[in-house]
Design a protein around this ligand. Structure first.
Ligand code: ADP
Ligand code: ASP
Ligand code: MG
Length: 407
């Protein structure tokens, strides 16, 4: 029998009515002769609510306790969905990440999956049950409850699909697929029927939060076919797959944006070997993921280094840089948490010169100043002021003709 993993995000299980709609869909899939493993996120915004509570009782919640707390949200929706499935005469059993055998590294709040021992899920399947797994969590090699980072139920779903040999991993969400831009920002954005892993990776890495980046990396590595679709209309969505030779390569496929980053500038550091290594090693030691880096040309033996990083890590990064200022000869450390990033992504860019120029001209025509630039073979990103981000996305989406239905 074919096996499919179906993952339902927060809005898809936001209330009892939605949970019953999801149960009905799972029951329908099973009736049609497909075996199903379900992965659920916490209901609606309940993870945010739990994180807020943690912040109300503690200025720095201990990471172990944070994971014990936030992993609860998924457990609620998993058990409720099993109850609803019972009502549709579908035998089901809920599992925490730990019960499902999802073994992770020990870094609380951002653990990585090392191994999946799926015997209990296989056993449930062999008994004709639908296993419903609480997303976003696992058990570390130290036997502690861990969580895998915000949005990581996607990763749980893909990892289970790979471990159980599922033919497909369906990601059900509140939009009908992957769009040429966030439909909340660009109402004329179009659904992409298919997208390559390479493009999806770039989109997820630059703010297209419909799929968590790590889930796309995992899916590509383990050749898991993904289908992103709506749990409201159930219509076919976007298939993320290996690039096929005949896949038409649009020059630009999508425009993404991200307003979750901040910028730090360390001014007047000594321009000599080892300085950048010292600075970025110290940041890495605090688990800070630096994104774009720009170093100015040297003047009188000193230079400025700017970099972007997640806003949540800003105060730690400023402390780290401040602590090193003396050693690096820096004259100052400044930061800006009102930046945003806009990116254009497209596999066809490799063979079409001029996309960078068009992007810069479009931003210039909108009088939007570019603060930093970075590129890959199929992506160009610009850092701009946060207040300009949405205008930039709409202008770029239109300039690259992404709303045209004939594309
Ligand atoms: P879920 O709770 O189902 O995991 P998310 O909120 O994580 O859902 O992801 C879905 C959201 O991603 C959509 O509501 C949409 O606003 C946003 N999004 C951002 N960029 C895109 C894009 N290019 N295509 C589709 N959705 C996007
Ligand atoms: N509930 C978790 C979060 O809000 C995981 C997920 O939704 O994927 O981040
Ligand atoms: Mg999500």
């Amino acid at each position: 029998m074919t096996l499919v993993v179906q993952k339902f995000g927060g809005t898809s299980v936001a209330d009892s009515e939605r949970i019953r709609a999801v149960a009905e869909h799972v029951a329908r899939t099973k009736r049609e002769g497909t075996e199903v493993v379900v992965v659920v996120s916490a209901m609606g915004k309940s993870t945010d609510d739990l994180i807020r509570l943690a912040g109300e009782v503690s200025s720095a919640p201990p990471p172990r306790e944070y994971d014990m707390l936030v992993s609860v949200g998924e457990r609620v929706s998993a058990s409720l969905l099993c109850m609803a499935l019972a009502d549709f005469d579908v035998p089901a059993a809920s599992f925490t990440g730990s019960q499902a055998g999802i073994i992770t590294t020990t870094e609380h709040t951002r653990a990585r999956i090392i191994e999946i021992r799926g015997d209990r899920l296989r056993e449930a399947l062999s008994q004709g049950k639908v296993p419903v797994v609480a997303g976003f969590q696992g058990m570390s090699t130290d036997r502690e409850v861990t969580t895998l980072g915000r949005g990581a139920s996607d990763t749980t779903a893909v990892a289970l699909a790979a471990a159980l040999g599922a033919s497909l991993c369906e990601i059900y969400t509140d939009v009908t697929g992957v769009f040429s831009a966030d439909p909340r920002v660009v109402p004329t954005a179009r659904r992409l029927p298919r997208i390559s892993f390479d493009e999806m990776l770039e989109m997820s890495a630059t703010g297209g939060r419909v799929l968590m980046l790590r889930s796309v990396e995992f899916a590509r590595r383990h050749r898991v076919k993904l289908h992103v679709r709506s749990s409201f209309t159930w219509e076919p969505g976007t298939v993320v797959t290996e690039e096929e030779p005949d896949m038409e390569q649009a020059v630009v496929t999508a425009v993404t944006h991200d307003t979750s980053e901040a910028k730090v500038t360390v001014s007047g550091v000594l321009d000599r070997p080892g300085v950048a290594g010292r600075l970025f090693r110290a940041l890495a030691d605090r688990s800070i993921n630096v994104d774009m880096i720009v170093q100015n040309i040297s003047s009188h033996g000193t230079t400025d280094i700017s970099f972007t990083l997640p806003r949540v890590d800003l105060s730690t990064a400023v402390d780290v840089c401040g602590g090193l200022a003396g050693e690096l000869g820096a004259s100052g450390v400044s930061s800006d948490d009102t930046i945003g990033r806009v990116s254009v992504v497209g596999a066809g860019m490799k063979s079409h010169p001029g996309v960078t120029a068009s992007m810069f001209e479009t931003l210039a025509a909108e009088d939007i100043n570019i603060e930093m630039i970075s590129t890959s073979t199929i992506r160009i990103s610009c850092v701009v002021a946060e207040e300009d981000v949405e205008r930039a996305v709409r202008a770029l989406h239109s300039a690259f003709g992404l709303e045209e239905p004939t594309r």
